[in-house]
Ligand binder design. Structure first.
Ligand code: PHE
Ligand code: ZN
Length: 859
């Protein structure tokens, strides 16, 4: 190992320079053979700025190169591990290059790689962010947009040959081989390139855009899975219509293709006209897919579709601007999802995810701004901060502007920048056409850390005076934090009648400020003030509510999110010893559940949420004791369950299993049933028979897996039998078997040794990220097991193994350990020693950057 490997090179936003050459068009000829592939390319390049002609390439075997038809010799260029520099290149250069690659041994799943084996063997590409350079030499950066013509050739055992755009030619080449030529008329950056060589079935459909374009829709999957593509197909058509209606954006090609692959590092990829999806984000059927997963499938389908405008037609100037496409697109998919179920529940889920993962990232040593200003490995920045906090910023802008001005801003954005590679400043500039305050949101993109918003109110006569102040921790390595614009949605209710007296969106722009409400008809009673409604800003709220205020918010609010938040705040107080009035909470639940469960069963289910153990860990910056946190949490859970014991079984029994339907209410009932079930088991009620009945009578995977999960978690007598039976039933369905791994790995009743045994099974495939994530995710969800010598060794030995075969997956897995240094005494030293040991043997820059950041000044 060289020392330069240990200190990987940092890239800075401030060093950005525009490309020296543009690429007018590219012709690619990709030939896949049994044990290798060849790629011939012709790039027509024209000089734009002074400087060298540099092409990026990695793990390529250069066979031939010519410029303007003159063959180059080794003296004409310089070649290293990362790039090819051509000496004295002319201003107009037709660059023709042949390379050889080996997709068959590409386990990193970047570039062109083999996925699956046997009947399911296929070749797919993943180019974002820097995979195209593993296919051929190219200025592989998002601000070089060009027009692609792609010829794909392979053995006829792979009947499906796909690339971006429109099919313009196909035919035989003899030797049992055939080819297809695709042309993509829209200029795109290389990260959106895709091609597929496979033997797949296809589900087809059509969509006519608002502009009258007939679009062929195709979803490709292995024959056994093709009937599981209906949910995705419907979602795709819904998304196309939604984008026309809400953003005035129509699809722009004659074909939209989606390919499902079993081996994929992420959820899915928005390649122009040819999305490639992890099977877990496209396949769905009631029998094999839980409601939660199925809903996720729809969201990811929409997300990738929405990228066609936010990402593909308008793309990022450089990778620091990743949030330009991701934050906006996540906001768009959240809004889409919110039209398919109760918006309150959608918001609760999105905020729950943000708090559990992004707040944690922002509170640790991996904290970074939504738009980072430096990185070593861009793959390490596909983070919850870039995605979810990025979405929250767009949401704040949308909230501040209101519907019409927000649309005015997005229209302006699309009109101004279509076909370009732009920055966050460009985005804000377009969005601010109707309201200049939008420009101030730049600080949200450049500053790390979660702001703490503190507030309270005073009453005098008929006036209410609200005060707020904000504070963001100083994140090491960054400038002193400054005040951010924080939109705060406030409602004031009469303290007794619950009548809504005032509602307003406040904007806090200073460190602290005061906002007065006059002439309210308070009737001499303390009003109920409900703030940060719908989570109008991604902040930690510390508002001086009394316990009684919170109960009244649950009663009076017409905004489901803040009802849920009030319950959560009560739960938080009980957990952190700021209140001991459990009865206040359980009485509130007893009062509202019986009616709410029939009106909005999903929201009702969410009211029983309790922050997870790992979420609670965020509250500790030092002396974090996983055992103590778990003990407190379990004790409260049991207290709540016992207090509700008389009711839960009754509530459960009032929700009988009915024939399967995919509606928000039906999904809500299934979720609520599983939640109540767990509560009843926590209260030590005998649910054995009911569990078995739910398992046996299940109409769908949510019911079946809900029952199995409870049997395992609570160690019911027949758990092992049902676990074996489940495996038997679904052994040939990889995604269901993933759930089988997950539900066991994440169960409290299963220890580290058990997880280790799971990872030693023959069907535990290190090449398949979905499978690997089941056990690592399960272990990471149990801090009391994770932060032990055995837990950490198991986890890090897996990361070490992945470091060699799949660096992207390896470093992403490490993020679960980012707050290791908050542990106390011996635990902390033990983990530190393990991390340092890994740092010494790790080889990928992905893992090294992560470890260097994690150990940093804590080492
Ligand atoms: N751009 C993809 C998305 O969010 C995610 C992705 C990133 C996929 C990198 C693969 C590699 O939609
Ligand atoms: Zn995305």
């Amino acid at each position: 190992m060289t020392s330069s490997n240990k200190e990987p090179q940092k890239i800075y936003l401030k060093d950005y320079t525009p490309p020296t050459y543009r690429v007018d068009d590219i012709y690619l000829d990709i030939k896949v053979f049994n044990d290798h592939a060849t790629v011939s390319s012709v790039l027509n390049m024209s000089r734009e700025h002074d400087g060298k002609l540099v092409l990026l390439g990695r793990e390529l075997e250069l066979l031939n190169i010519s410029i303007n038809d003159k063959v180059l010799t080794a003296d004409d260029y310089a070649l290293d591990d990362e790039s090819l520099t051509i000496h004295n290149a002319p201003d107009t250069a037709k660059v023709a290059i042949d390379v050889k690659i080996t997709p068959q041994t590409n386990t990193a799943l970047e570039g062109l790689y083999q996925s699956g084996t046997g009947d399911e063997l296929m070749f797919v590409t993943q180019c974002e962010p820097e995979g195209f350079r593993k296919i051929t030499f190219f200025p592989d950066r998002p601000d070089v947009l060009t027009e692609y013509t792609t010829r794909v050739e392979a053995d006829k055992r792979f009947p499906v040959l796909l690339a971006n755009g429109n099919l313009i030619e196909k035919g035989d080449v003899g030797d049992d081989r055939h080819f297809a030529v695709w042309h993509d008329p829209t200029k795109k950056p290389s990260y959106l390139f895709a091609c597929v060589v496979a033997d797949l079935a296809v589900m087809s459909d059509h969509y006519t855009t608002i502009e009258g374009r007939e679009v062929l829709l195709e979803i490709y999957a292995v024959p056994a899975d093709i009937d599981k593509c209906h949910v995705a197909m419907t979602a795709l058509k819904d998304a196309m219509a939604w984008d026309e209606e809400h953003y005035g954006r129509a699809y722009d090609l004659d074909r939209y293709m989606i390919v499902a692959t079993g081996q994929f590092n992420m959820g899915a990829m928005e390649n122009k006209g040819l999305n490639i999806f992890n099977t877990s984000c496209v396949l769905s059927s009631p029998k094999t897919t839980t409601d939660e997963r199925s809903f996720h499938v729809k969201a990811v389908i929409a997300h990738e579709y929405f990228h066609n405008w936010t990402g593909n037609r308008i793309t990022c100037r450089d990778w620091f601007q990743l949030c330009l496409k991701e934050g906006f697109t996540v906001f768009r998919d959240q809004s889409f999802s919110s039209s398919h179920r109760s918006p309150a529940v959608q918001r609760i889920d999105d905020v729950g995810f943000l708090k559990a993962h992004q707040f944690k990232e922002d509170a640790g040593v991996l904290a970074h701004p939504v738009r980072p200003d430096s990185f070593v490995e861009i793959n390490n920045f596909y983070t919850v901060t870039v995605y979810e906090k990025g979405a929250e910023i767009v949401r704040m802008i949308a909230t501040l502007l209101g519907k019409d001005k927000f649309r005015q801003g997005t229209d302006e954005y699309f009109a101004r920048y279509d076909g370009q590679a732009v920055t966050i400043e460009d985005f804000l500039s377009a969005m601010s056409v109707g309201d200049g305050r939008v420009l101030d949101f730049l600080a949200w993109y450049t500053q790390a850390g979660t702001p703490v918003l503190t507030g309270g109110f005073d009453v005098a006569g008929d006036s209410v005076k609200l005060t707020f102040s904000q504070q963001t921790r100083h994140v090491a390595g960054f400038d002193e934090p400054k005040a951010l614009p924080i939109p705060i949605d406030v409602a004031i209710f009469h303290g007794e009648s619950g009548e809504l007296l005032a509602q307003e969106l406040l904007l806090l722009t200073k460190d602290s400020d005061m906002f007065g409400f006059d002439g309210l008809d308070l009737g001499g009673v303390r009003p109920v003030v409900s703030v940060l409604r719908n989570f109008s800003a991604p902040v930690k709220l510390e508002f001086d509510y009394t316990d009684e205020d919170l109960v009244k918010i649950v009663q009076f609010e017409n905004e489901g999110f803040n009802q849920w938040q009030a319950v959560q705040t009560l739960v938080g107080r009980l957990l952190f010893g700021k209140s001991d009035n459990v009865a206040l909470l359980t009485d509130t639940l007893k009062r509202i559940v019986p009616t709410l469960m029939h009106k909005d069963p999903m929201l009702t289910a969410r009211l029983f949420d309790m922050p997870s153990e790992s979420e609670l860990a965020v509250a500790y910056d030092k002396d974090y004791n996983p055992q103590a946190v778990k003990a407190t949490r379990t004790a409260l859970k049991e207290q709540i369950a016992h207090a509700l014991a008389d009711h839960v079984q009754v509530w459960y029994d009032s929700l009988p299993i009915v024939p399967y339907e995919d509606t928000p209410d039906a999904r809500g009932v299934r979720l609520l049933r599983n939640v109540l079930f767990n509560l009843a088991l926590t209260a030590k009620l005998d649910m054995t028979e009911r569990t078995e009945r739910q398992y046996t009578n299940a109409t769908c995977m949510s019911e079946q897996l809900g029952a199995l999960g409870a049997m395992i978690e609570f160690g019911l007598p027949n758990a092992d039998d049902y676990t074996a039976q489940f495996y038997e039933e679904y052994h040939d369905n990889d995604l269901v078997i993933d759930s089988w791994f997950s539900v066991q790995a994440g169960a409290d009743s299963r220890d580290v040794a058990f997880i280790k045994a799971l990872m030693e099974r023959a069907d535990y495939d290190w090449q398949t990220p979905n499978r690997v994530r089941t056990t690592l995710g399960g272990l990471a969800s149990k801090p009391t097991q994770l932060w032990t010598k055995d837990g950490i060794s198991l986890y890090l030995s897996a990361v070490a193994r992945l470091d060699v075969i799949n660096p992207v997956l390896a470093s992403r897995s490490l993020s679960a350990l980012a707050r290791w240094y908050t542990l106390s005494g011996d635990d902390k030293e033990m983990v530190k020693a393990e991390l340092i040991a890994l740092q010494q043997k790790a080889s990928s820059k992905n893992v090294l950057e992560f470890l260097n950041n994690m150990l940093g000044d804590k080492a």
